[in-house]
Write a protein that binds this ligand. Structure first.
Ligand code: ADP
Ligand code: MG
Length: 252
């Protein structure tokens, strides 16, 4: 299957914009999120306000860093952008569709078709080979087996792991595991990639390699990278700075 065919399978063309200039891939407007409120206010109020009135955009082709100390709300933003959580207030648009309005099913569909996620701790399934881990999102997308294998192998080659295709995650180094995770994030040809502390578990040199790869492959997409590490944020076109769930600098 060609890349074009794969794009159609992934549903990418549905939201394709005719505006060649600048396309807003992600838009957060007035996003506030409280964890643990669950509708009812208890006297020993254990709610945590993780985000407060967060507003910023990411354009297609742009790398935006998300900077802030631990607990400042970076992961919460990435979860909201991926449709993994619906914020208490405000809107989160992915390619012009408001994720906060639709059903969970719709959010899942948008995530699977349009978002690639890279986590700090790789999140690979230990009993599956590198190839099977990379191919997994295509199983959910209903892509046939031989296409899945070909696509996974070609991505593993692109990330420099052509000779590790049948290895299990436990047989790979940290940097190699993160490369597998990057290949998996890209396998559906997503428009948006979110990476949560992607170099957090890696030594400096390996982290730099992995980051170079992510930004290389991520080119032409929208890439949102959360980190508290300045060298990681150095790859960003713009850095949005958070403190206590608030944007204190939009990097513009
Ligand atoms: P960061 O990624 O910048 O470290 P997070 O988005 O993980 O920040 O967390 C922001 C705030 O929300 C923190 O105070 C954190 O303790 C809180 N928080 C995160 N996840 C949950 C959760 N599932 N339940 C309750 N509080 C949470
Ligand atoms: Mg985090």
């Amino acid at each position: 299957m060609s890349n074009n065919a794969l794009r159609e399978t992934a549903g990418r063309d549905e939201h394709a914009s005719t505006d060649a200039e600048s396309t807003t891939a992600v838009r957060l407007a007035g996003v506030t999120h409280e964890y643990g409120s669950g509708g009812r206010r208890s006297s020993d109020d254990r709610t945590v306000t993780a985000l407060r009135d967060v507003t910023f955009d990411v354009q297609t082709g742009e790398i935006v860093g998300l900077e802030g100390p631990s607990g400042s709300g970076k992961s919460t933003i990435l979860h909201a952008v991926s449709g993994l959580l619906v914020p208490s207030e405000g809107s989160v648009e992915l390619l012009g569709t408001d994720l906060t309005n639709g059903s969970e099913r719709e959010r899942t569909r948008l995530r699977r078709n349009h978002v690639g996620i890279v986590f700090q701790r790789f999140h690979l399934l230990p009993s599956l080979s590198a190839r099977a881990n990379v191919a997994l999102p295509l199983v959910q997308a209903g892509v046939d087996r031989s296409t899945r294998r070909n696509r996974a192998e070609s991505l593993l080659e692109q990330v420099g792991l052509g000779d590790r295709i049948d290895h299990l995650p436990g047989e790979l180094s940290g940097g190699e595991r993160q490369r597998v995770a990057i290949a998996r994030a890209l396998v559906t040809d997503p428009d948006v990639i979110v990476a949560d502390e992607p170099t957090g578990e890696l030594d400096t040199a390996t982290g730099a390699d992995v980051l170079g790869l992510l930004t290389d492959i991520g080119r032409d997409r929208a890439l949102l990278v959360a980190s508290h590490d300045h060298s990681t944020l150095g790859v960003a076109d713009r850095v949005v700075t958070l403190r206590d769930g608030r944007v204190v600098d939009r990097g513009e």
